[in-house]
Design a protein around this ligand. Structure first.
Ligand code: AMP
Ligand code: MG
Length: 424
């Protein structure tokens, strides 16, 4: 396990007081180690889990050559310039092998999925032929030899990896696993993430409002983001700015979880006990990131009884929490979960408005992408971009990412958008 100091030494030009956003991800990729434990789960429990090993196909799918259409199967070699007249011997149904042989000048009515009889390679769809009693006429030009036949193993070959380790199991993968006849699959142990909010001014739900205090929203957005990611959540509540309470919370979190997420108390000027406790119990770096919103963050490891957990000390402002989570914590947690790295696919859009932007920091603007009548995708911001303003986050369907070097944006300029789709 590398220390903060060792990782810092590996990164060119690392400056904790002015860290470019890209360097944060590079740092976290070195800090976080994937969970190595795995377990077998039933197929229904595999949804959203990460495969701990390749799934090797024990069978070929489909197991035999079969028809892709309802029609008539015959030997395609007989096709030529003039219509082909064949005599029908019977019907092959799906799920039942047709026992007889089909020779020259003969055909067999066949249903979709039925096994192709030996020697036949072509199926003409039923709507293309003329049927008169047992006589079937195939007009010229409607099929080529080999049409409408599916090969054994065309989807998957026995002995080949059907799914790769590190892949997250979605609905298509569930179906694929089932198509192999596998009732269970080996997945990485679910990551456990503990989180709490800090600050004397933070009220828990149910507490009476008091002057200067605000209700805790961060624990709820973090709960939602973590749940959608598919980790096991450990909610540790609101911890006031008292050394004894903070120490107990950090120790308990480090003992129970693989990762700890806190919010609040990490900004540079902060004169509270949160940072002191992080320093005392762990190996932690305090960063000022060249980004907006966000800026302050603490990362490292907190240890308790020989076990350690990765720490993400997020800023307090509710939108800063979400943005730092999406930009940094989420990819880091995916690595922890054993998932292969899938950087978010950014959508290219045209800016529907002018935006002020200072080069030298990455800015994340809450916005919506809509398709205009002419088909272009246009990104617009959703109002007040203050780092505490959640309502503009709620209205947004993505974050407009204005990169480090970018300056002011004019109407019509190309911008990139990180879509929330299923994540936020
Ligand atoms: P801090 O990073 O602790 O200086 O907090 C920055 C701002 O975010 C302050 O206005 C806090 O009141 C607010 N804040 C901190 N934690 C929370 C929370 N859990 N829910 C809502 N607002 C918060
Ligand atoms: Mg504070």
């Amino acid at each position: 396990m590398k220390t903060i100091e060792q990782i810092a030494a590996e990164l060119q030009g690392y400056d904790p007081k002015a860290l470019p956003a890209d360097q944060v991800n590079a740092f976290l990729a070195r800090l976080v180690e994937p969970i190595s434990e795995s377990e077998d789960v039933g197929i229904f429990d595999a949804l959203g889990r990460v495969l701990a090993e390749d799934v090797v196909s024990p069978i070929s799918v489909p197991p035999h050559d079969n028809s892709a259409m309802d029609g008539f199967a015959f030997d395609g070699a007989a096709l030529g310039e003039s219509p082909l007249v064949l005599s029908n011997l019977g019907t092959a149904f799906a799920g039942k092998a047709w026992a007889g042989r089909v020779g020259a000048g003969e055909c067999l009515k066949i249903m979709t999925g039925a096994i192709m009889p030996t020697g036949l390679d072509t199926v003409v769809p039923i709507e293309f032929v003329k049927v008169d009693g047992d006589t079937v006429t195939v007009p010229s030009g409607v099929v080529k030899p080999g049409d409408n036949r599916r090969f054994a193993g065309e989807d998957l070959m026995a002995g080949q990896p059907a799914l790769r380790r590190g892949q997250t199991v979605g609905p298509a993968a569930l179906g694929l696993i089932a198509s192999l006849g596998l009732p269970t699959v080996r997945v990485v142990r679910r990551a456990r993430v503990a989180y709490f909010s800090t600050g004397d001014e933070i009220l828990s739900l149910g507490e009476a409002p008091r002057e200067g205090a605000v209700y805790d929203s961060n624990r709820y957005t973090v709960f939602g983001l973590l749940t959608r990611l598919g980790v096991e959540v450990i909610d540790m509540g609101v911890i006031p700015d008292e050394p004894v309470r903070l120490e107990a919370a950090f120790r308990e979190a480090a003992a129970r979880a693989d990762a700890i997420i806190t919010s609040g108390g990490v900004s540079m000027g902060e004169a509270d006990h949160t940072k002191a406790m992080m320093k005392q119990l762990g190996d932690v770096a305090f960063w000022r990131i060249a980004m907006r919103p966000g800026r302050s963050m603490a990362v490292g490891r907190i240890s308790e009884k020989g076990k350690s957990a990765v720490l993400f000390g997020l800023p307090g402002n509710p939108v800063a929490v979400m943005v730092t989570f999406l930009a940094f914590v989420r990819p880091a947690l995916q690595r922890l979960m054993g998932a292969e790295a899938t950087p978010p696919v950014l959508l290219q859009a045209k800016s529907g408005e002018a935006m002020r932007k200072k080069p030298g920091r990455t800015e994340y603007q809450r916005g919506t992408v809509t398709r205009e009548a002419d088909g272009t995708l246009v990104a617009r911001t959703t109002g007040n971009q203050g780092s505490g303003v959640l309502s503009s986050m709620v209205q947004a369907n993505g974050l407009i990412v204005l990169r480090h070097e970018q300056g002011n944006v004019a109407v019509g300029d190309a911008v990139e958008v990180m879509l929330f789709d299923g994540v936020v």
